[in-house]
Design a binder for this molecule. Structure first.
Ligand SMILES: [Zn+2]
Length: 96
């Protein structure tokens, strides 16, 4: 495991444990390692919005939209599970 240390823009030193068999993508602006290209694209958009090229901005928008869709689907599944649990418990309460 490789211990990488970086200094954030606010001056705080942050260390990351990167497994030896992993090849992370790193931020060209601050050096933070990420396991996935999508996470790096989202980091670019939130941490370095003024420095992005058009290609990086497009990658951020695509990754952000994909994440929004994923979160929306998770919320719907969680709501469905809660409604199902509610009715199961209601039926158990009504029958017992
Ligand atoms: Zn960065």
């Amino acid at each position: 495991m490789t211990d990488e240390t970086h200094t954030r823009s606010d001056g705080q030193s942050v260390s990351y444990d990167v497994p030896d068999d992993e090849t992370p993508v790193t931020c060209a602006y601050c050096g933070q390692p990420y396991a996935r290209e999508e996470w790096l694209a989202i980091h670019h958009g939130w941490a370095h919005p003024g420095d992005l090229s058009d290609e990086e901005a497009d990658a951020f928008r695509a990754a952000h939209d994909a994440e929004e869709t994923e979160i929306r689907e998770f919320r719907l599944r969680a709501l469905g599970a809660l409604v199902a649990i509610y009715f199961v418990l209601l039926m158990i309460y009504a029958l017992v």
